[in-house]
Design a protein around this ligand. Structure first.
Ligand SMILES: [Zn+2]
Length: 249
């Protein structure tokens, strides 16, 4: 009896903490929660169309390998790139843009501490804009916050730059550990429905990393979705907006 009482005393705070962390995750990082404002993880499509998206690149040689696969199948995708990665591989971003892929902003540094204050979020957005304008001569209209992190007021801060915040559905919860490509692909295929934004990572938190499983998973995913009658498009088209903002004259 005494023992059970002790367990209960230990478990109740633990359950409370877990519920609190779960709520915080739902509010601030879930791909699906709309509690802090409109944050689309899919667009309107009456047809079987999905948008394949990539975060955290360019990261070579993986980004170029993915671009090669997309070219093989004549598919356009959407790449959310941190400004710091674009500075590192400007020619890779340029090649993606020239091939007709859509470049979205993924802030500048991808360092967690930079997305906790609104002031710092504004700074990160402007820094990224400078990089896109300088190296590619464009200003993306789509913005995916690193880790999909939302804090009170952050979506409004993003919109104040005329940027459209974009969520997405993770291809596989363990993609970061690069499991077998067929496992990642199975997860990605399971997320497909008309209008879905399927999220892969061609890098890791803007720090590079081996992404060979993701590369192969992309090929398998495209094959399987194609066989299931899916076509591929870009996020801007599914949202019915322009992919780029006008450059200041
Ligand atoms: Zn990211």
């Amino acid at each position: 009896m005494e023992q059970r009482h002790i367990y209960r005393k230990m478990l109740i705070p633990f359950a409370g903490t877990a519920a609190f962390i779960g709520s915080l995750y739902w509010l601030c990082m879930s791909p699906y929660s709309q509690l802090q404002g409109d944050f689309p993880y899919s667009g309107d499509s009456g047809e079987k169309l999905v948008a394949i998206t990539f975060d955290d690149g360019p990261n070579e040689p993986y980004t170029s390998q993915i671009a090669g696969i997309l070219a093989d199948y004549d598919i356009k995708a959407t790449f959310f790139q941190p400004g710091a990665c674009v500075e590192h591989y400007p020619e890779v971003s340029q090649a993606l843009f020239n091939a007709g892929h859509v470049i979205g902003s993924h802030a500048y540094s991808h360092q967690f501490g930079k997305y906790l204050s609104l002031q710092s979020i504004h700074r990160e957005i402007k820094q990224a804009d400078d990089v896109f304008a300088r190296h590619l001569g464009i200003l993306p209209a789509l913005y995916r916050p690193p880790w999909l992190l939302r804090t009170p007021g952050s979506l409004a801060a993003i919109r104040s730059h005329s940027l459209q915040p974009v969520s997405g559905e993770f291809c596989h919860s363990l993609e970061v550990f690069q499991p077998d490509p067929s496992r990642i692909a199975r997860g990605a295929v399971s997320k497909a429905k008309p209008g879905a934004f399927i999220l892969f990572h061609d890098g890791f938190d803007a720090k590079g990393g081996n992404r060979s499983s993701t590369v192969e998973a992309v090929r398998i995913t495209i094959e399987r979705l194609g066989n299931a009658g899916y076509g591929f498009t870009t996020v801007d088209k599914l949202l019915g907006i322009s992919p780029y903002r006008p450059l200041p004259s």
